[in-house]
Design a protein around this ligand. Sequence first.
Ligand code: MF3
Ligand code: CO
Ligand code: CO
Length: 276
Amino acid sequence: MTITYKDDQGIAGMRVAGRLAAELLDYLASFVKPGVTTNEIDQLANDYTTQVQGAISAPLNYAPSGHNPYPKAICTSINQQVCHGIPNDKPLKRGDIVNIDVTVIKDGWHGDSSRMFMVGEVSVAARRLCLLTFEAMWHGIVKVRAGAHLGDIGHAIQTFAEGHGLSVVREFCGHGIGRSFHEEPQVLHYGRPGTLEPLRAGMTITIEPMLNAGRREIKELGDGWTIVTKDRSLSAQWEHTVLVTENGYEVLTLSPGCPAMPAFVGPLAEAGAPLP
Ligand code: MF3
Ligand code: CO
Ligand code: CO
C-alpha cells in the first residue's frame, strides 16, 4: 500500500474520527479505578462508540496477516504489557498503570489514540514513566511539518527517552492512517535526523511511542496479541493521530480530557483547538 494524501474532504473526515477517538477516551477515563475489569471498560467503549457516536470500533475482529482476529473493541495494556493487551475479567488494582488504545471508524475514516491511566496511587517510577512517555510523544509531534523527515520524529523521541534512561520499543511503530487502520508510512520512534520519507501536507500519521523502564526487548504472549517486556519492566505508551500541514501539524485526537500539552510545545504550534 502507498501513502495516501487527504484532500479537504478527507481532512474533514479525519478530524471527526480523531475527535471521536479522543472523546471516547475522555468517557472511559472516569471508569478506570481499582476493581473495574478491562472487559467492563471494553463493553463501555464498544457501547459508546456504536450507540452514542454512531461509529465502529476498528480493533474488533481486526485481522492483519499472521494474526488471529482481535477479539475486543479496545486494547488495554497493563504494567509490563507494552501494547495490544486483550481486555479480560481481571480487576484493575491500585498501583497499576494501564494504556487504553482506541480506534474508531466514522464515515470510513479512522481516528487512533491512546493514553496512560494510573489506577489509584501508583509508584513514583510508574508515574515518571507515564509522564516522560507523554512528553516523548510530544517531542516527536513538534517535529512534524511538510519537508521534515520521518527520521526527525524518531530521533527526537529516542534522544529524549534514552536521555532519561528509558528504552524505545522498536518492533512496533506509528503508521499512516485514513480509510485504512494501518497505512504507509511506518513511523519509527527511533532514528536519525534527515533520514527516511519526507513528510508532505495532507499525510495523516500516528505517533505512538512505547517506552520501557528497563530493556527494550519484548515478547509476544501465547494469545497471539499481547506484547510484554522481556525483563518484565514497566512499559508506557501514548498515541495521537496527526495531520501534516505546510507549516506544522494539527493534532486530530485532542479533546477536553486530554492532558495539557507540555510547555515546550509552545503557543505557535498549529495543534488544533486550544485546551480549556
Ligand atoms: N490501535 C493500535 C495502533 O495504535 C492497533 C491495535 S490493533 C488491534 O496501531 F488489533 F490490536 F487492535
Ligand atoms: Co496506531
Ligand atoms: Co492505537
